[in-house]
Design a protein. Structure first.
Lengths: 330, 290, 444
């Protein structure tokens, strides 16, 4: 097999019409590069795909099917109501409120956690004493189960609790609020706790991305007289951009679905002032044994995520591959 | 060198040697504040494990008064804790391995080959990420029941791996695609088969991404409570998160117990992180030199 | 290569460990088998070897003392019934109630005995077709069990209670004495007591508004005072609280809320989740009273450093509101019980076990030291050790009637809607949030 044939093997159907060498040495058909490529592809892709379809997509599909019924989770599915669950949801002011809150949290997560994570990742990327310790510390909140995070922060944020005492100790007593009881403040409180929990995740992901940036580039630029800030701005950040975009995607989806921490902290209250789509779903659907309704909310949430994912993929993630890979390998 | 940078340094701070007095102290200040904000709540968890619930109730923010080792010792000497730990280790190890193996295979397929429908398959994987797992609980439970996977650690690990695939693909595929085609060409010239190229060159290059993905899968599996709750019936099969719930009864919550338990349960996951750190640091630089 | 070798090593280790675990887990899984084969170990008391029956028992007794009580009960019962084996599976309460039971009733292998709180939720579960109708199995003894009607659906017995709970005021006798106030019998007296307590620096009443259902206790008691029993029952049945007396209950409650009786930040306080909960506040003396079920003392004990707490707790019923249309001595309450699933043979065995749990000696243990609640066999209320609970139990016997907490009497969704509407009202008491309570149960 010649090198050019190998390279051309993966370039789409049109280029490989005749892959059997002409002449005395005719390769058996089953060894043709195209078939071999297909086999390799199948072997690589199939196991993961089957696992995924079986344990994720099929249950999701079934759950989506439930959303068309008025079903308590008990007994047979015999009350088909079409899209009524969906229209009930959109007519419910509590649901609309939860959507607003979810969007606030999502936008804030990206806008605030993003720059913060980048800055800290850049700081942690250089060698210094205690780096491993610091990195472990930074990552540790992510390792804490969200439910325990909720319990812990509930204790800290009690009226007169540790947070209040800390503020007073720094002379900021006037800023003390009823962190979890004041309907105007609670959403910010929740956001602060979420940032605490998930910032470390972002930092670790970005650190991994920073590893992929060759130090030679930065050294070369420094030798050419660029200041550290310029190196960062002109070289590091742009090369970090693909990782940032991945992080952004994960954060948006995660924020849209956030549940555990908020549930323990406030159950979406008081009076729904910190509700998100997921807390609404659990409160109105799961805890109310209205599984059809819960499934409908889940499908709506999925639709939000899906639309976002499509748009994001089209405009943001595409940029990472255009020009990055000059030729397909296989 | 100092004269050189001072004379020709392009920005304000460098020119006047102010970097030493502004950026670097600011960096350390931010680091300290950030550390404090991160560590203090975690310390809370550890320290509250040394208190009694009455103590916590009386002064939520205080130091242990008295210091009680009972929570920690009773957990460490209880056989169920070690059973939970063992189960968690087993399940998380299996789930992480499955995720890494199947995920990198699929990411290789979707990044190194061009074929019709490639983007479709990628979207399929990503779409699973977009659905809240909780609602799929009931169909998943029925499916596992039909497959006789209930009350079985595999019944937890396999779905966990499946649910971890989307985020694995999201992180791995761009990583793998960004590795230039020249590498592949070079390898082929040297006579390597595609498989050898994948295993010996491509995957090692993607180490940071692989480690990250493995770490995320491990931590997610470690803290997962919904799947074990659905699947496991006998308490000797329970995982650590389910063990946390033994500290909450119908009418009360043993805060100190929860804190002690959580502090102990976090140790392996943090240990995994420290272990992964070494590999995260070893970079991919140098592969594309010259 | 290091990474792939490492991967291979991990995979091999995991596979070996899994194989070992799979071999051992095969024998350990719980099963609901009803093997008709006669067992060789029949006790001398049964002449013919009865078919062996194994029952799984899902309950929420994950901690002492109830855990021990249940295990003793199993031992005692199995000694008397050699052919029945019961497997105790304690599960944390919220997980059990919200997740495990609904899932199991949908699957094909629900637990044979499972925790049941009765009311409309029971009615919903019955529609799954998996809950056994044990009317015939219990007919000989159910008459002596108080509160049993709460575990019926369509007039048939689908479950049996094993203890009952009543909601009332738990208060700190020592603080009352210190401030110089007495137990209030009317609402006006309660309000004036509150003022004195506040002046002395205490939060008069603690409430765990975050959980929503403690708020509901308040509103429901006002409803019981303002509405006759028949109105309340028909409202629950029709899932609508539009009768005028409910609106006056809301107004009365709004007036009460305006007297600022609760602790600061009550909207964010949980009721019994450990430190900082409303129960915790009474335990530490930051608050003085709480309207709560009779499990409150055991919650308080769990978060208290005060060894004398049990002697410092007292109980009084919800104050009277003279001149209103409802009953002045009705109580709000509920209970714990169990339902049965499985074959008729298993159902019968289950019913026999429930009878055992309702026998006087076991009842005495269930409400005995460290436990909470009243027995369903009223003669055993002497086994209650906590003085405050004894007061509650004594009052319970004299109450005009007991109403099941509305969110349990209603099917789950309407009940949750009601709780949410009341919680919204608590956070913002005005006429529109009050009006929202009326139709909340039927809002989809």
């Amino acid at each position: 097999m010649s090198r050019s044939t190998a390279l051309n093997a993966g370039l789409g159907p049109a280029a490989t019409e005749d892959t059997v060498a002409a002449g005395p040495l005719r390769r058996p058909k089953w060894r043709s590069p195209k078939l071999r490529k297909k086999t390799e592809l199948t072997i690589l892709l199939a196991p993961g795909l089957i696992l995924f379809v079986g344990f994720v997509l099929i249950p999701i599909g079934i759950a989506a099917y439930y959303s068309l019924f008025n079903w308590s989770g008990y007994g047979p599915l015999n009350d088909y109501i079409g899209f009524k669950n969906y229209s009930y949801a959109f007519k419910d002011p509590a649901f609309i409120q939860s959507i607003e809150h979810t969007l606030y949290l999502t936008v804030a997560s990206v806008a605030i956690q993003g720059p913060l994570a980048i800055a800290i990742a850049l700081l942690l990327n250089r060698k210094f004493f205690g780096r491993t310790f610091l990195r472990t510390v930074v990552f540790a909140p992510y390792v804490l189960p969200p439910a325990v995070t909720g319990v812990m922060w509930s204790l800290i944020l009690q009226p007169g609790g540790f947070a209040d005492q800390l503020f007073k100790a720094f002379g900021l007593g006037g800023l003390v609020q009823l962190w979890l009881a004041n309907v105007h403040v609670v959403l910010f409180t929740v956001f602060a706790v979420l940032t605490w929990q998930y910032l470390g995740f972002g930092i670790v992901v970005l650190l991994a991305g920073l590893q992929g940036i060759p130090t030679e580039l930065k050294q070369a630029a420094a030798i050419d007289g660029a200041s550290p800030w310029q190196v960062t701005r002109r070289i590091t950040l742009p090369l970090l951009a693909p990782t940032m975009r991945i992080w952004g995607f994960i954060t948006v989806i995660g924020s849209l679905q956030v549940f555990d921490v908020i549930w323990i902290l406030t159950q979406g209250g008081p009076a729904g002032s910190s509700s998100t789509i997921s807390t609404y779903m659990v409160l109105e659907g799961v805890d109310s044994t209205d599984f059809g309704f819960a499934a409908a909310i889940a499908v709506i949430l999925f639709a939000f995520c899906f639309v976002f994912a499509l748009i994001y993929q089209r405009y943001a993630l595409r940029r990472d591959t255009r020009g990055a890979l000059t030729r397909a390998v296989g | 060198m100092a004269a050189f940078t001072q004379a020709t340094a392009p920005d304000f701070l460098s020119r006047y040697g102010l970097r030493r007095w502004t950026v670097i102290p600011a960096t350390y200040l931010v680091a300290i504040v950030g550390c404090g904000l991160t560590i203090v709540p975690l310390l809370f968890v550890v320290v509250d494990g040394f208190r009694t619930n009455g103590d916590i109730n009386n002064s939520p923010a205080g130091w242990p008064h008295p210091w009680v080792a009972g929570n920690y010792t009773s957990i460490l000497t209880s056989a169920p804790f070690w059973q939970f730990l063992g189960n968690s280790v087993l399940i998380s190890a299996v789930a992480t391995t499955l995720t890494l193996v199947l995920g990198s295979m699929a990411a290789l397929a979707l990044s190194q080959y061009e074929f019709k429908g490639r983007e479709f398959f990628y979207t399929v994987f990503v779409s699973g990420f977009l659905f809240p797992i909780g609602v799929g609980a009931l169909p998943l439970y029925l499916l596992l029941q039909r497959l006789s996977l209930l009350d079985n650690q595999f019944g937890v690990a396999i779905p966990e791996a499946a649910f971890a695939l989307p985020i694995t693909m999201i992180i791995l595929r761009p990583f793998l695609r960004a590795i230039p085609g020249e590498l592949r060409d070079a390898a082929m010239v040297d006579g390597a088969s595609r498989f050898r190229f994948f295993v010996q060159i491509l995957l090692p290059l993607a180490k940071p991404a692989l480690i990250t993905v493995g770490l995320l899968a491990f931590v997610t599996s470690w803290n997962q409570y919904l799947l074990p709750l659905l699947v496991l019936q006998t308490s000797s099969h329970f995982t650590l998160p389910l063990g946390t719930y033994t500290f909450q009864t119908q009418y009360s919550q043993n805060d100190a117990g929860i804190m002690a338990f959580t502090a102990l349960a976090m140790v392996p996951a943090l240990g995994a992180f420290v272990f992964a750190q070494r590999y995260l640091v070893a970079g991919a630089s140098g592969a594309v030199k010259g | 290569m290091r990474s792939s070798r490492a991967l291979a090593a991990i995979a091999l280790a995991a596979a070996t460990a899994t194989a070992a675990a799979a071999c051992s887990s095969g024998g350990g899984s719980s099963s609901n088998s009803s093997t008709p084969a006669a067992t060789g170990s029949s006790s001398p008391s049964s002449a013919a070897a009865a078919p062996s029956v194994t029952l799984t028992w899902w309950n929420n007794a994950t901690n002492q003392p109830l855990l021990g009580v249940y295990q003793n009960a199993i031992k005692g019962f199995e000694a008397q019934h050699s052919n029945i084996i019961i497997k105790d599976v304690p599960i944390q309460n919220e997980l059990l109630q919200d997740t495990k039971i609904p899932l199991a009733l949908e699957g094909n292998n629900p637990p044979n005995i499972y925790q049941q709180w009765g009311g409309g939720v029971l009615g919903q579960q019955v529609t799954s077709g998996k809950v056994d109708n044990i009317t015939a199995d219990v007919s000989s003894w159910i008459g002596g069990i108080s509160g049993a009607s709460g575990w019926q659906a369509n007039g048939q017995q689908y479950g049996v209670p094993i203890d009952l709970h009543v909601v009332g005021f738990w208060y700190r006798k020592d603080i009352f004495k210190h401030v110089g106030i007495t137990v209030p019998t009317t609402l006006t007296q309660l309000e004036s007591d509150d003022t004195k307590l506040r002046a002395a620096g205490y939060a008069p009443i603690a409430v765990g508004s975050k959980d929503r259902w403690p708020d509901a206790f308040w509103w429901e008691y006002f409803a019981l005072r303002d509405c006759p029993q028949s109105t309340v029952n028909s409202a629950i049945k029709s899932e609508s609280f539009s009768a005028a007396c409910f609106a006056s209950a809301s107004t009365a409650m709004e007036a009460f809320l305006k007297t600022n009786p609760f602790q600061t930040g009550f909207l964010g306080t949980s009721s019994q989740q450990g430190a900082g909960s409303s129960a915790g506040m009474v335990a530490s003396g930051k608050a003085v009273m709480e309207l709560q079920g009779d499990w409150d003392p055991s919650v308080m004990e769990g978060v208290s450093t005060n060894k004398n707490l049990s002697s410092e707790l007292g109980w009084f019923p919800f104050p009277q509101t003279p001149g209103t249309a409802g009953s002045q001595t009705a109580v709000l309450g509920g209970g714990d019980g169990f339902s049965c699933t499985g074959t008729p043979q298993q159902a019968q065995a289950c019913a026999e076990f429930l009878q055992y749990l309702d026998s006087p000696s076991v009842q005495a243990q269930i409400v005995g030291p460290g436990a909470s609640g009243e027995p369903v066999v009223t003669s055993e209320s002497s086994a209650i050790t906590l003085p405050a609970t004894q007061t509650a139990a004594a009052y319970f016997k004299t109450a005009a009637y007991q109403e099941l907490y509305f969110d349990t009497a209603l099917p789950t969704k309407p009940g949750q809607n009601l709780d949410t509407a009341i919680a919204n009202y608590f956070s913002n008491p005005n006429s529109s949030t009050a009006a929202a309570i009326a139709n909340s149960p039927s809002t989809p």
